[in-house]
Design a binder for this molecule. Structure first.
Ligand code: EPU
Length: 417
């Protein structure tokens, strides 16, 4: 594949920023919003809660949250995605109370929220789980010091949301450092919040009494960019990925260079050129600035075609190798033992009908399909639509032979790529 692919706004930033709008006393205009189903779901939740939502164009939305007066998010609203848990922090911050059904999202084994709850409690909230709903309430939220026992993106976001209007100073130690944490902090600061240290492992939040409306542009998606970088590598291509922040891609670039790719950085683009079979490399996924777990299935797929044995160790989630069975159907030789996959590179993958078992696993199937001999059919592509804006159109434009097919089924309408 040869050409240019433009990256959309970051899913994991957008799904934190949009619930954060709830904390504003005015209209928020959010730009560079990705056209993906997770974002549509979160905007719909705000709309159903009573926000005025105006879609300005494909990537810009204006939200007026001032009319919202409900602090309840039902199971049917929240179960579709993980980020719905951010409404607990946002509603606590705005109403001092929240009633939210436990979040859904991709299934990587147990997905606890104990660190979120620890944070809310430290701020003075009482949190109970009753009738399948998380109930949190406080007469007043007061700043506090919170040490996270595990680096957690979700807990860091949720505590920031609950603390931003609390009285006094909140300190989050061992905080997540992901680019989307920094983006959320920048967004809140643009509304008048006082957050310092985002991007380091100590975040300090001095509570303010109110937040005003703002105009804000979401950062580019690190994982979408990384996925297209790997698309170049796995097809022996030459792709320039535009609208990126190269600094966010350093761990991915480093591993691609180890695999034999040439990676050229520009101010807001990276070019990946691969003109050999991938070399082996060992990868350990870690919180940022480590190699992102959300690139693990895609990287494993590249290494499945490498010239020897590579080891992929999943350092964040307990069970994120479910997709390996699907790659095996295409001829990959991978043995999984708990959180470690031993990848015996093969010379070629061959097309097969496969399933997307979750969002990034779906992206991995697309990469495998691009590299494989023959026509690969991927089922359950709704997982891919959760996080990739127009993936079929973007890949077609750089030479991929990829199509979205909707099966006409009398009971379900399923789409495949
Ligand atoms: N954890 C706890 N207790 C908690 C929270 C998390 O033990 O209270 C553990 C988890 O079980 C996991 C680790 O901490 O082992 C990290 O979890 P984290 O809270 O950071 O994950 P998350 O906030 O649920 C976000 C992304 C995921 C991404 C992870 C890790 C969003 C909406 N989701 O999830 O993204 O894998 O951080 O970087 O931001 C994806 O985009 O495909 C995706 C799954």
């Amino acid at each position: 594949m040869v050409g240019e692919v433009a990256v959309s706004g970051a899913k994991n930033a957008a799904v934190a920023i949009i619930p954060a709008v709830l904390l504003s006393d005015g209209i928020c205009r959010i730009e560079n919003v990705p056209a993906i189903s997770d974002v549509n779901v979160i905007i719909k939740i705000l709309y159903e809660l009573g926000a005025y939502v105006k879609v300005i164009d494909n990537t810009t939305v204006e939200i007026d949250p001032t009319h919202i007066n409900s602090h309840i998010l039902s199971a049917s609203m929240s179960s579709k995605m993980r980020a719905s848990s951010y409404f607990i922090g946002a509603m606590l911050g705005r109403f001092k109370k929240a009633k939210v059904a436990p979040p859904g999202g991709c299934d990587f084994g147990v997905r606890p929220i104990d660190q979120h709850i620890k944070g809310f409690e430290a701020l003075g909230a009482t949190v109970t789980i009753d009738g399948g709903m998380v109930h949190a309430h406080a007469s007043e939220l007061v700043g506090s010091s919170i040490y996270l026992d595990k680096v957690s993106v979700g807990a860091t976001v949720n505590i920031m949301l609950a603390a931003v209007k609390a009285r006094g100073l909140t300190i989050i130690e061992n905080a997540a450092r992901e680019p989307h944490i920094v983006d959320l902090a920048n967004f809140l600061n643009s509304m008048g919040a006082n957050i310092m240290g985002a991007g380091t492992d100590v975040i300090k939040i001095r509570g303010v009494s109110s937040l005003h409306g703002t105009t804000y542009s979401v950062i580019p998606d690190q994982i979408e960019a990384g996925t297209y970088m790997l698309a170049a590598a796995i097809t022996g291509g030459d792709l320039t990925i535009t609208n990126v922040i190269p600094k966010h891609l350093e761990s991915i670039s480093a591993k691609l260079i180890e695999c034999g790719a040439e990676v050229i950085e520009y101010d807001e683009a990276v070019r990946v050129i691969m003109n050999r079979r991938p070399k082996t490399c060992n990868v350990l996924t870690m919180p940022h600035p480590g190699f992102p777990t959300d690139m693990q299935p895609q990287m494993t797929t590249l290494l499945a075609l490498s010239d020897g044995v590579s080891v992929m160790t999943e350092g964040v989630w307990d069970n994120r190798f479910k997709y390996v069975d699907q790659l095996t159907l295409m001829g990959a030789k991978i043995k999984v033992d708990g959180k470690v996959a031993i990848i015996n590179g093969v010379e070629r993958l061959s097309a097969a009908p496969v399933k997307a078992t979750d969002l990034r696993a779906g992206a991995a199937m697309v990469l495998a399909g691009l590299a494989a001999d023959g026509k690969t059919e991927i089922e359950n592509v709704e997982f891919i639509d959760r996080g990739y804006d127009n993936i079929v159109e973007k890949l077609s434009a750089v030479g991929a032979d990829i199509r979205r097919v909707t099966y006409i089924d009398p009971l379900t309408s399923r789409s495949a790529v």
